[in-house]
Design a protein around this ligand. Structure first.
Ligand code: SF4
Length: 250
């Protein structure tokens, strides 16, 4: 069986199973059905905290990693520590390549990402996307906290897709959950979450690039708010065609 067929096979198993499973069962199913290294990337948002809780409380062999850009909120670092204490697990951090970071800051200054969309993408590429590539090296599956209703750009995500860039299966266990459902889940289980969420920061990234949103504003409107027409994405989640039974890989 080719790698593409194996990935398609896993996608079909997951997409068949997910609709009838709760979050804990979804995460366990991914581990049971996929052999090899599975990586969950957390930015400590509320969705990520729900997934991390499922992994840690069930003691599932899935690596939990984070990308420390060096520009996160103090509240995020505090939550990171609190989460490690709560579950007794270390969350593996990846950092930007120091020479690339030095070159970036030498070129555009500490806050050069505001100068242009291109400059911002360059900063995200250096601080996030390149470390993500290292985090996923050798992985066969990547778990994310993405939901379809987070933004129009994410509306088409499904439970899983084959990520062509990293050549692995990308799984979104919360793809069909609403934000309200995630919040209720976290509160019901007393899962630690970022206090910034209660102050209007619905989506939390780097401190200088995130603001609170007003009631009724889109969930990701506070990300790179100065960019009027740009997609609210940093490049970690390139749009991938989702597999379906009618659209199978060659
Ligand atoms: S979110 Fe802002 S500070 Fe963080 S990597 Fe992207 S541009 Fe740089």
């Amino acid at each position: 069986m080719t790698d593409a067929n194996i990935l398609r096979d896993k996608f079909l198993i997951i997409s068949d199973a997910f609709p009838r499973l709760d979050l804990a069962q979804r995460v366990a199913t991914v581990r049971r059905e996929i052999s090899g290294r599975i990586v969950f990337t957390t930015s400590f948002g509320i969705e990520d905290q729900a997934i991390a809780d499922s992994i840690f409380t069930q003691e599932i062999g899935i690596e939990v990693v984070t990308l420390d850009t060096g520009r996160l909120f103090p509240e995020t670092y505090e939550l990171w520590s609190k989460t490690e204490r709560r579950y007794g697990r270390r969350i593996h951090a990846l950092y930007p390549h120091h020479q690339r970071l030095q070159a970036l800051v030498a070129r555009q200054g500490p806050n050069g990402f505001r100068a242009s969309v291109e400059a911002r993408h360059t900063c995200c590429a250096t601080r996030k996307v390149e470390p993500l590539g290292r985090a996923l090296t050798g992985a066969v599956a990547w778990i994310t906290g993405m939901r379809a209703d987070q933004s129009p750009d994410r509306a088409l995500i499904s439970c899983a897709s084959v990520d062509q860039q990293y050549q692995l299966i990308k799984v979104n266990p919360l793809f069909d959950w609403t934000r309200d459902r995630v919040v209720a889940y976290v509160h019901d289980r007393c899962i630690p979450y970022n206090p910034l969420h209660d102050r209007g920061f619905l989506s939390i990234g780097c401190e200088p690039c995130t603001r609170a949103v007003a009631p009724g504003e889109p969930e990701r409107a506070g990300r790179w708010w100065w960019e009027q027409d740009e997609k609210k994405e940093c490049g970690l989640h390139a749009r991938q065609p989702a597999l379906t039974r009618r659209s199978e890989p060659a």
